[in-house]
Design a binder for this molecule. Structure first.
Ligand SMILES: Cc1cc2nc3c(=O)[nH]c(=O)nc-3n(C[C@H](O)[C@H](O)[C@H](O)COP(=O)(O)O)c2cc1C
Ligand code: SF4
Ligand code: SF4
Ligand code: SF4
Ligand code: FES
Length: 615
């Protein structure tokens, strides 16, 4: 295979689609599929057939566009028109609107994206602040190509980096990756070139290359969207890496809860084999390489490198001590290079455009971009890719459109269960590997959970501790017993039973667990508690000493009341109360029956007159 042959494949595919006057992209990522995208796709295709437009309009299935919360997303042409929530209310009506756009270029106002003030409507993707502030390298083709059609990837430049890499010396490829400054996107930010070189020079054979698509952090979906939306970029990166390292066998570890990712990756592997991008004597280079998918059972700890390898070996996914690095003795005791799927997907563009190009993006020590799943109390939740060094404020208030309901920002949690909470005073901080670590958090694989004034930081710490208690594999005592003890203390504090010495005890346990745990899960488990103690200690003190939850979240510490001075008797709270404990006539002051109130906070959230108070 040569560039000329790739050009031929691309031009054959282009010939097939050049007769179409319009191309419509329908997002069929997991988020949009669960909001009904396939129904929209099928109905639109039927309608196009009935209108006699089959030869003129191509409807493509794509991966995630990032705005999952507003799905199903439909995009016309080259991002000219973006429609959101298509078919959410009525598929037939919305398909009629799509047909009107196709036939008469009529813009369907009601399907357009609306700004945060709910008045301004945006037509083109490029104008929407959520997109215009992003730098999409890894996600560049998500939303454009059909992930199930390899030719579509080739048309957009796919597999050219592989052809180029096979003409380069293996050491030169590693040098490029080194000089590009690419660092692992799976959590630790380890320099990728250094890892590749260590694996290449390690004694032993065969060598393995692995892709980590386990993604166990709560709320994170970056890796899933990439695997579903552009599987060939991951494969191409892995083939290049395997060639450079000298490996003939690769595995992609995907959690079982990601069936669509598994399906698309499997199809992509099959197509790559058919074209000879995988298999024996790839492009007559004498280089053999193949990839298998391994489905993990969904345990968070299986994302850890040694647990992942143990799991592929067919044993229980438990970490093992890393006295010897996995690049020397990893899978089946052989030299193994593990990278996150986003790291692998970054490789082809570095080879295509050069290391200088990649290293010109980002900060001095964190190069390139990072994909984040921006979730929580932010207006625009979804997937964003930003250059390293963009500030938290730019991400949360620029791309994310600020805090829902005009509430006050309180903190952002980054790095998942191993990360920490960052308060308002650090909003101007540039996001890169090192600055997040300095604040006691971490980049992690890219989860970013935004919290507002109604989030209790002690409760947040409790949430992550509970998650880690459930996910600890139990192999070593500091993690198995220590994290549970931390959870019990924080739970006691949230229940109003905290006492003197609890904070000191938490700090002592955190130190011991951090030092004594075998793997990264235990070593970083205290981070959510330590970071909330560092920045929100007063909140812990109020819980313990005053038996109050200032954010109004911890149920044992709050009571909800209706202020008769402010209540207008609009009845909204009564209709939203799940246990029917609010009484009152229309236009009369309402009251809460404290004996049956379950403190869900619905009344507080829905009252437009600030009449509900939490004490
Ligand atoms: C408990 C735990 C869970 C992890 N989960 C993931 C994961 O889901 N995906 C991932 O890429 N890395 C995960 N990691 C990090 C991996 O161990 C490893 O560092 C990473 O896959 C290496 O790839 P990179 O250098 O490209 O970041 C996890 C680490 C720990 C300690
Ligand atoms: S630190 Fe926790 S998850 Fe890691 S090996 Fe020990 S018990 Fe298992
Ligand atoms: S929603 Fe507010 S104003 Fe309306 S009845 Fe309830 S407390 Fe009163
Ligand atoms: S907090 Fe929940 S249960 Fe209690 S009164 Fe309000 S809506 Fe009803
Ligand atoms: S799944 Fe459709 S925008 Fe994310």
């Amino acid at each position: 295979m040569s560039v000329v042959e790739l050009d031929r494949i691309a031009s054959e595919y282009n010939n097939k689609i050049e007769g179409f006057q319009k191309i419509i992209h329908i997002c069929t990522g997991t988020g949009c599929v669960s909001s009904g995208a396939l129904k929209v796709f099928n109905r639109l295709r039927d309608a196009i057939d009935s209108e006699g437009l089959t030869e003129k309009v191509l409807v493509k299935k794509t991966g995630c566009h990032g705005l999952c919360e507003r799905g199903p997303i439909v995009v016309f042409g080259n991002d000219e028109i973006l429609y959101q929530t298509v078919g959410k209310r009525n598929v037939e009506d919305d398909v009629k609107l799509l047909i009107a756009t196709i036939k008469d270029d009529q813009i369907a106002e009601k399907l357009l994206y609306r700004g945060d003030d709910k008045t301004k409507r945006y037509v083109s993707t490029h104008d929407i602040p959520f997109y215009s502030g992003q730098t999409r390298l890894v996600l560049a083709l998500n939303g454009i190509i059909d992930p199930e059609i390899i030719e579509d990837y080739i048309v957009h430049g796919g597999y050219r980096a592989l052809v180029k890499a096979l003409s380069m010396h293996r050491d030169e490829i590693i040098e490029w990756i080194d000089k590009s400054g690419l660092r692992g996107k799976g959590g630790g930010g380890f320099p990728t070139g250094v890892k590749w070189r260590s694996c290449k020079t390690a004694e032993g054979s065969p060598r393995y290359v692995l892709a980590n698509g386990d993604e166990g952090d709560p709320g994170a979906f970056m890796d899933r969207s990439l695997m579903e939306g552009n599987p060939h970029a991951i494969l191409e990166g892995m083939i290049i890496g395997a060639y450079a390292i000298g490996s003939n066998q690769g595995y992609i570890y995907v959690r079982d809860e990601y069936p669509l990712a598994v399906e698309r990756l499997s199809k992509a592997i099959g197509q790559a084999r058919e074209y000879g991008f995988l298999g024996n004597d790839i492009f007559h280079s004498g280089f053999d390489f193949d990839i298998e998918i391994f489905r993990g059972g969904g345990a968070f700890v299986c994302g850890e490198s040694t647990a992942l390898m143990t799991s592929i070996e067919g044993q229980a996914g438990e970490p093992r001590a890393k006295y010897i690095h996995t690049v020397e003795k990893g899978l089946r005791e052989k030299p193994t290079n593990l990278n996150n799927v986003e790291t692998w997907a970054s490789v082809p563009e570095i080879i295509n455009k050069g290391w200088e190009w990649f290293s010109s993006i980002g900060t001095e020590l964190s190069k390139g971009t990072k994909v984040f799943s921006l979730v929580g109390k932010v207006n625009n939740t979804g997937l964003v890719e930003v250059p390293m060094g963009m500030t938290l404020k730019e991400i949360i208030f620029g791309l994310g459109g600020g805090i829902q309901g005009g509430k006050k920002f309180k903190a952002v949690q980054t790095g998942g269960p191993s990360g920490g909470c960052i308060p308002e005073e650090y909003l101007e901080m540039p996001v890169d590997f090192d600055s997040l670590t300095k604040l006691g958090s971490m980049m992690g694989s890219g989860g970013m959970i935004v919290m507002d004034e109604r989030s209790c930081m002690v409760d947040v710490a409790r949430y992550f501790l509970k998650f880690l208690v459930e996910e600890s594999c139990g192999k070593c005592t500091p993690c198995r017993e220590g994290v549970r003890r931390m959870y019990e203390i924080v739970d006691r504090i949230c229940s109003g039973n905290g006492g003197e010495g609890d904070i000191e005890h938490l700090e002592e346990l955190a130190r011991a667990i951090g030092l004594g745990s075998l793997c990264g899960l235990g070593q970083s488990a205290p981070n959510p508690v330590l970071s909330t103690l560092k920045f929100f200690k007063e909140e812990y003190r109020i819980h313990i000493e005053e038996k109050k939850c200032p954010a109004g979240v911890c149920k044992s510490l709050i009571t909800l009341h209706i202020n008769p001075e402010k209540c207008t008797g609009c009845m909204r709270c009564a209709s939203e109360c799940p246990v029917g404990c609010i009484t009152g006539e229309k236009k009369q002051v309402h009251t809460i029956d404290q004996t049956t109130c379950i403190k869900c906070g619905n009344c507080y959230d829905v009252c437009h007159f600030d009449a509900v108070t939490i004490e």
